[in-house]
Design a protein around this ligand. Structure first.
Ligand SMILES: [Zn+2]
Ligand SMILES: [Zn+2]
Length: 140
């Protein structure tokens, strides 16, 4: 479903980002995660493999990726800020029952015709409700 960038170093440099080892590892982590991780989650998962990694570095890297439109925030309330890569453009479904964030393919609704002359750098579409596992259980 997701296009994996095989050479993150090259990709980051193309985006004007100095491709340090830690930035490449964080980018790779985002590419391979389906969980829409928070800064804490990224740090906790990568720190055992990269002892020199600090939480501040993860935070700063995410901010840099946000600035360069590589990453978008997923606007869900009640949790630490969550992130995903901006490409490919897709929507999210946030389940208010279990808190999972699902990726929703948006090929079904391409950019509205009114936007054809606009330079769209980010798209944020969030559906909210209950996933099939939560429908019919307790309402929140
Ligand atoms: Zn659910
Ligand atoms: Zn996503």
């Amino acid at each position: 479903m997701r296009t994996i960038v095989n050479q993150p170093e090259v990709f980051l440099r193309q985006k004007g980002i100095k491709a340090s080892f830690q930035r490449v590892r964080i980018f790779d982590y985002l590419q391979n995660s389906r969980e829409h991780p928070s800064v804490s989650k990224i740090f906790e998962d990568l720190h055992p493999h990269i002892p020199s990694l600090s939480r501040a570095t993860v935070y700063n890297t995410i901010n840099l990726f946000l600035e360069k439109h590589l990453v978008i925030p997923v606007p869900v309330e009640g949790t630490e800020a969550r992130y995903d890569l901006s490409e490919p453009i897709h929507a999210h479904f946030f389940c208010t029952g279990c808190g999972q964030i699902f990726d929703i393919d948006t090929k079904a609704f391409p950019l509205p015709a009114e936007l054809k002359d606009f330079d769209v750098t980010e798209t944020h579409v969030l559906f909210k409700g209950q996933c099939p596992q939560c429908v019919g259980k307790t309402s929140s």
